[in-house]
Design a protein around this ligand. Structure first.
Ligand SMILES: N[C@@H](CCC(=O)N[C@@H](CS)C(=O)NCC(=O)O)C(=O)O
Length: 338
């Protein structure tokens, strides 16, 4: 019922938002800044550093967008959003793009009227428990109390999983991330369920002693995370989609933050088109021909952003796994930039 109500309110707001705001891309260009909805704090995706600057894979993507659109990665305003209010904030035009570990689903596309611009992280839902619980599988969680963030796909998936396995659980729904982790830390729940990447992030940065906690091996869902925009803003949708694609393509071609200047002299016609040496893609998107050059110069290619924020160069230390390039056995495959 709550979901249905949210969907109806969302749809009404979506229509109102579009009527008021006009085409998002025109509004953004006139304003001179991109308003990017991020999460309130999940290390590796988006979290403010000691100076209040947002860092993470999603925050990097917002900076890449600003660099592509304005030639300046600083022309972005980060707005924290919760799991519950993120979609209405996008529908109402309070944010231009949602880059917030949001899973792409049929209901969000249709009932909520949101377009998904691609996947920047392939994930799946998991469980974290205290090692002292002495269990090794989610199938041993019958009767457990589980901390869940409301308004997430996790809330629906866990209900399906327990029903399918004839098990029961008591949900503890907590919206704010600090209170959510606090509830788990204080022993109010036996397990915490979330996208596995977010559990890994919490384990590395938010629980008292990481070694006292384990991620159970089951992944009970598919969670393709990626940026979203409103239905009806096709030009803006194209920009968001091709900046993400371009960052993946740059990794495929070995174009990095450090070598992008030299690669301007690369005779490969594919690289010349990508970096705007041969014009065309910029004009097609309504951007400067250096759109992708500027994005890569600002934050690096997809793999560099992954490593810095979530991978070996970060406190979280996730392997690339499914998020590696298709040429190395992962799922990251850039659509053709032609
Ligand atoms: N991918 C899932 C879950 C996304 C989500 O909101 N996860 C929570 C749990 S880690 C989160 O990001 N919390 C941080 C916040 O509320 O700022 C979805 O789109 O529903």
């Amino acid at each position: 019922m709550r979901c249905l109500l949210a969907a109806t309110i969302g749809l009404t707001m979506s229509l109102a938002g579009v009527a008021e705001a006009g085409q998002a891309f025109d509004v953004i260009r006139a304003r001179g800044t991109i308003v990017c909805g991020v999460n309130q704090g999940v290390a590796g995706f988006s979290t403010p550093d000691s100076r209040g600057d947002y860092r993470g894979l999603d925050a990097d993507f917002c900076r890449a967008l600003a660099a592509a659109v304005f030639g300046d990665p600083a022309k972005v305003r980060f707005v924290p959003t919760s799991s519950q209010n993120r979609f209405t904030m996008l529908q109402s035009g309070e944010i231009d793009v949602l880059a917030r570990n949001a899973t792409q689903t049929l209901q969000r596309d249709t009932a909520l009227g949101l377009n998904m611009a691609g996947v920047n992280f392939y994930d799946g839902q998991g469980f974290m428990v205290r090692r002292s619980l002495n269990i090794t599988s989610a199938r041993q969680l019958d009767g457990a109390t589980v901390c869940i963030q409301p308004g997430t796909t996790s809330e629906l998936n866990i209900a399906d999983y327990f029903r399918a396995n004839s098990m029961r659980f008591t949900p503890v729904l907590i919206e704010r991330p600090d209170e959510f982790v606090g509830a788990y830390n204080s022993g109010r729940c036996d397990a915490m369920t979330q996208d596995a990447s977010q559990l890994a992030s919490y384990r590395a940065t938010a629980v008292q002693n990481p070694n006292d906690h384990i991620l159970l091996p089951e992944r009970i869902s598919k969670e393709p995370l990626g940026p979203m925009v409103r239905h009806g803003d096709d030009q803006w949708f194209d920009v968001v989609k091709w900046v993400l694609t371009g960052m993946i393509e740059a990794e495929e071609l070995g174009i990095t933050q450090a070598n992008v200047d030299q690669r301007l002299r690369d005779p490969n016609p594919v690289v010349q088109r990508l970096l705007g040496v041969t014009p065309g893609f910029g004009r097609a998107l309504g951007l400067d021909e250096r759109w992708l050059f500027n994005a890569i110069k600002a934050v690096g290619n997809y793999g560099e952003s992954f490593e810095r924020n979530l991978g070996s160069g970060s406190a979280i230390g996730l392997p690339r796994g499914q998020n590696d390039l298709w040429t190395r056995g992962g799922l990251m495959y850039a659509l053709p930039l032609r």
